[in-house]
Design a protein. Sequence first.
Length: 118
Amino acid sequence: VQLQASGGGLVQAGGSLNVFCAASGRTFSMYAMGWFRQAPGKGREFVAQVIWSSGSTYVADSMKGRFTISRDNAKNTVFLQMNSLKPEDTAVYYCAAALQHTRSFDYWGHGTQVTVSS
């Protein structure tokens, strides 16, 4: 599975931004897609995931109410809508994919930078 993330950029605190990730390859075996982020000097942090077949979503507690994840099965694309952004949301955002046979996030995109200015 190949993942191509796009979107991101620079936004002021309180603003909104969307990031997208398109999957190609073995998408017929998709179990879930998700977003993770890594801020400078910190470890990778889970953001959100969507189960491909059902559309069920889960967003990390610290981002619940501000971030929304969704998917378009026909386009093999996952979206992350980020509202009420804070400077601490500044990070490289990575999309990831999990296939049915492992159900673990084994495939990763290159990441897209999100910078929130105060």
